[in-house]
Design a protein around this ligand. Sequence first.
Ligand code: KG4
Ligand code: ZN
Length: 365
Amino acid sequence: MQQFASDTPLTILGIESSCDDTSAAVVRTDRDRILSNVVAGQTELHATFGGVVPEIAARAHAEKLDFTVQAALEHAGVELSALDAIAVTAGPGLIGGVLSGVMCARGLAAGSGLPLIGVNHLAGHALTPRLTDDVAFPYLVLLASGGHCQFLVAEAPDRFHRVGGTIDDAPGEAFDKTARLLGLPQPGGPNVEIVARDGDARRFAFPRPLLDRAGCDMSFSGLKTALLRTRDACIDAHGGLARKDRSDLCAGFQAAIADVLAEKSRRALETYLQMSPPSATLAVAGGVAANQTIRKRLMELCEQMNVRFVAPPLPLCTDNAAMIAWVGIEKMRLGQMGDLVARPRWPLDTRQAALLGSGKKGAKA
Ligand code: KG4
Ligand code: ZN
C-alpha cells in the first residue's frame, strides 16, 4: 500500500453517519485545514421519542447523505476529481447509520476511482486535537460523549492505551437522561448547561460516584437515579418543579459530573506523566467537551499540574465529518487504506478487555 510523506499535500472528503448527525467535510493538509464541514442534525425527527431511534436515523442518513456531500464539496469549492481519497466512519455506532455512510462512500469511490478509507469514529474524536492544534504524541485525551467515556494515551494515529473509562453510562447519556427527567429538550447536554447557568450547584447534594475507588474508572448511572429521587422529593415538597428548582437541579448535576471528570483526569494525568512525555498535554474531545463548566475545571487542573490543555472549538467536539477526514489523512500517511468493514463495536485499545455495556447510541468500547 502506498504511503504518503507527511509533507505530501492531501485533500480528503470525510463522511460521518454513526449516530444522529449526517455530516460531510473536505479537509486538506495545508494551514487552512477545514475547507468545509457540513452537519445536518436529526433532532426534530427523534424529538417525540425522547432519544435516537436507530431505524429512523438510518433512513434519514440515507436520504440526507447525497445532499450533505454535495454541499460539502460546493462549500469547499472542490470537485470530486480534485480529492485524494474518501474517508468514512466504519464504526462504532448504530450499524444502520454506519452502513448508510459506508454505502454512500463506496458508491462515490466506485464512480470516481478514489481510494476509500474506513475510519474509527472514536479515533476521529481522539485525534481532533491534532487537527485543531497539531498536538504531538503521546498526549492524554479524555473522550467524553453520548456513548463513550474514556481516558486514552494517544501514542500514534493507530495506537491508543486506555487508562480508564466508564463502567456503565457515558456522561453525555447522563446529561440526556437528566434533560428528559426535567422536561428539557434533547440533546440534553447543551440544554442542561443553559438551565444550570442560573442555578445554585450547592442546594442539592449529588453523589460523586467511584471517587472513593483508586484509578480512573468512572460511573455515571447512579447520578440519574439520584436526580430522579431529588426531583421527586422536590415535587412532593412543593407540589411541582419551579424554574429555580430546575436550575438548581441542573447546576448540582453538572457540578457532580465536572467534579468526577476533574478528579479522574488528575489521576489519569499522574499515570500519563510517568511516561515523561516531551510536551505533556491533556486534550478533551467528544460532545461533552463542549460543556464550559467542564472545560474550565480541566483547564484549571492543567494549570495546577503544568500541563498544556487543548479543547477543540465547539463544532468539532460534537459529531462531525472533519474529524473523520482528518483520520483519513493520518491513515493515508501510514499507508493504512484497505480496511473498510462496517462494525457496531470497535474499541480503540484492542489490547485490553472491553469495558462493560452497550448504550442507546450503540456498543460501548
Ligand atoms: O460526540 P457526540 O456528538 O456524539 C457521540 O458520539 O455520542 O456527543 C453527543 C453527546 C450528547 O449526549 C450530548 O448531550 C452531549 O454530547 N453534549 C453535551 C454538550 N453538548 C453536547 N454535554 C454537556 N454539555 C454540553 N454543552
Ligand atoms: Zn461522537
